[in-house]
Structures are given as structure tokens and as C-alpha cells.
Design a protein around this ligand. Structure first.
Ligand code: KG4
Ligand code: ZN
Length: 353
């Protein structure tokens, strides 16, 4: 057996595993005295399955992870130039997510743990999305986090990597879901966020008037279901050829309504919940999750607020880099072997009371 490279007790080499939804991703991250470096990061997306079925089919997603993990492991170790014996701990997303998908990654993590008596860090997917900012820049705590993904939309008050309070969230669809369902109505393909973002670049955002949900009496609460209905009504009221011809404008106007809803709620949270003036708000705002890739969202938030930090696009959509990074920041959460073999998947994020 190859000797362990890692004789330095301060040096951790973390295998990150992400399988919470439809992306299979592995990462090897080296943490040396609080400085972390990604040695390799490889992902496999199931977009071909999503295209075919028009969305995530949980059972198919879980099976796809099982197939994708062995070759990904091979490539990830080869690229990092290390062997499995060098790994000091495994970080795996345990919640929230699709239980069948989560279990595939958890089983991989447990197999590793058993082979080498390694601890496992159970990773909160939502926290990992926001904390991915630290893969490219240091942002001080506390910060206001805006997590926008396919499954979640939430404003968090972030006091530390594992200390986040929910200040606001959506009552129905997530922002990414609003993009994906809108894309389905427009027939542009799936997942639709990036496609709508691209089409919108040549469209007029003011051409169509889609509703921005204010929910004035419920600070922090959002809803995207009315917007989706408004798009459906619009699409049904015009001829298919016209929908095609108007696609850039429809996309730009629809995207604008999603982005402005998020902006309105950010304003409201700053003013009504944090009791600060938007103009004088210098607390960092961190935006993470798949929808943080959106060019208009980045533009509007950077124009509106003083101290905005957006996760780098490769770390926005589901990836194991953010998983290993989060584990690197919370060494106290390691569950030692063999207790780690009892870790389980949880579908929901339950806020600490
Ligand atoms: O974070 P993520 O990979 O998965 C979840 O945790 O849900 O986010 C996926 C979501 C999808 O809904 C996708 O349409 C959206 O992120 N997305 C975008 C863009 N790129 C990905 N939405 C808007 N604009 C984009 N450029
Ligand atoms: Zn995610």
C-alpha cells in the first residue's frame, strides 16, 4: 500500500461527494492551515435525461448517480495525482435533497470511511451553496445570503458556516423552478435558466408586463406561482409562431419579473427585518445557487447594493467543490468512524429553533 502522503496533522485532504439531485460531482480539496485548494473537481450532469423527461425523475436520477460515480472517482483521483490512502475525511451532502439520490453519495462516503476508518462530514447543501463564495474570495461574517437554486429560494442571515437563520423564502416555486417551468411553457428546453438568460440578452425586458410578487403583508415571503400562470395565459393567447418570434422579448420580460421579485424582497428584508437603509447597507450580500449564474440578477444586485459577492459560476450549480469547501470550514462537525456509518439522508432542511 502506498504510504500516506499526509504526515502533517494540519493538512487535510477531503473527498467531497455531491449527489443531492441530478448532478453527480466529486472533488478532492486540500486544506493546509486554513488555506484550501481544489486538486480536482469533476461533475456529470443528467441533462440528457432531463431533456427527455422535461424534469428530474427521482428514480432515474438515483440510478444515473450509481452509474456515474465509479468512472468519476477514477478521473478525480487521477487528476488530483493522489491515491485513496491520502484522503483524511469524506464530505457528503446528506440534506436536503432527493432521498434516493442522496443515498447513493452517502453510500460511497461510507464505503470510503469503512476502507480507511475515516470520519465523514454530513454536509448541508444549502449552506454549502452560499459558503462556496470562499472558494474564490474571503467574505466576513455576518453576511446576508441569497440562495437561489432549482429547489430553494431563501434569504439567510449568515453568522458562520453552520450558523444561518432564514429571513425569507418562497411559499411555492423556487426561482430556478420558475425559470424551468417558464422554459417549459415557452418550449425552450430544460433546464431552462441558462437558455432564458441567453435568449433574454437580445430581448426587450419592458415589452411584456409580468407580475412582480410583493406580498407586502408578509415580509420576506415570496411566491412565483402567479408569474408562471401569467406566462401561461400570455403564451395561450398568442399563436405558436408569434411565441417563437417573440421569444427573446418574452424571456427578457419573464426573467426581469423573477429578478425584480428577488430585488424587492432583498430591499424589504434590509429595511423591515434588518431595519437598515438600503443606501447605507454595507453588510456583504452573498448570492449562491444555480440561479446566481443569471447575468441579469448579478447586474441588478451589483447596481442596487454596495457590497455584493456572487459565487463563481462553476461553483454555483451543484458541485462537490462547495461540499468539500464547507466541510473544510467546519472541522468540528466530523463524525468519527464508526459512528459515521449511521448517517442518513434527509429530504428537507429543518431550521434550528
Ligand atoms: O443549484 P442548482 O444546480 O440545483 C439545485 O440545488 O436546485 O440549480 C439549478 C437551477 C436550475 O433551475 C437552472 O435552471 C438554474 O439553476 N440556472 C439558472 C441559470 N443557470 C442555471 N437560472 C437562471 N439563469 C441562469 N444562467
Ligand atoms: Zn443545489
Amino acid at each position: 500500500m502506498k504510504p500516506k502522503k499526509n504526515s502533517d496533522p494540519n493538512k487535510r485532504i477531503i473527498l467531497g461527494v455531491e449527489t443531492s439531485c441530478d448532478d453527480t460531482s466529486l472533488c478532492i480539496l486540500e486544506v493546509d492551515n486554513h488555506t484550501s485548494k481544489i486538486l480536482s473537481l469533476n461533475s456529470f450532469n443528467q441533462d440528457f435525461l432531463l431533456m427527455k423527461w422535461g424534469g428530474v425523475v427521482p428514480e432515474l436520477a438515483a440510478r444515473s448517480h450509481v452509474k456515474a460515480l465509479p468512472p468519476l472517482l477514477d478521473v478525480t483521483f487521477k487528476e488530483a495525482g493522489i491515491s485513496p490512502e491520502d484522503i483524511t475525511e469524506v464530505a457528503v451532502t446528506t440534506h436536503p435533497g432527493l432521498v434516493g439520490s442522496l443515498l447513493t453519495g452517502i453510500n460511497l462516503a461510507k464505503t470510503f470511511a469503512m476502507m480507511r476508518n475515516l470520519p465523514i462530514v454530513p454536509v448541508n447543501h444549502l449552506f454549502a451553496h452560499l459558503e462556496a463564495i470562499h472558494l474564490t474570495e474571503e467574505v466576513s461574517y455576518p453576511y446576508l445570503g441569497l440562495l437561489v437554486s432549482g429547489g430553494h429560494t431563501a434569504f439567510m442571515w449568515v453568522k458562520g458556516p453552520n450558523e444561518m437563520d432564514v429571513l425569507g423564502n418562497t411559499l411555492d416555486d423556487a426561482a430556478g423552478e420558475a425559470f424551468d417551468k417558464g422554459g417549459k411553457l415557452l418550449g425552450v428546453g430544460y433546464p431552462a435558466g441558462r437558455i432564458i438568460d441567453d435568449l433574454a440578452k437580445t430581448g426587450d425586458k419592458d415589452k411584456y408586463d409580468f407580475p412582480i410578487s410583493y406580498m407586502r403583508d408578509r415580509p420576506g415571503k415570496m411566491s412565483f406561482s402567479g408569474l408562471k400562470t401569467a406566462l401561461r395565459v400570455k403564451v395561450q393567447s398568442i399563436q405558436p409562431e408569434e411565441v417563437k418570434a417573440e421569444l427573446p422579448h418574452l424571456c427578457a420580460s419573464y426573467q426581469e419579473a423573477i429578478v425584480q421579485s428577488l430585488r424587492v424582497k432583498a430591499d424589504e428584508i434590509i429595511e423591515k427585518i434588518l431595519e437598515k437603509k438600503v443606501n447605507g447597507f454595507t453588510t456583504p450580500i452573498v448570492i449562491g445557487g444555480g440561479v446566481a449564474c443569471n447575468s441579469r440578477l448579478r447586474e441588478v444586485f451589483k447596481q442596487r447594493y454596495k457590497n455584493v459577492h456572487v459565487v463563481k459560476p462553476i461553483y454555483c450549480t451543484d458541485n462537490a467543490g462547495m461540499v468539500a469547501n464547507w466541510a473544510g470550514r467546519v472541522p468540528d462537525l466530523q463524525v468519527p468512524f464508526p459512528e459515521c456509518l449511521s448517517l442518513d439522508a434527509r429530504s428537507r432542511y429543518v431550521e434550528k429553533k
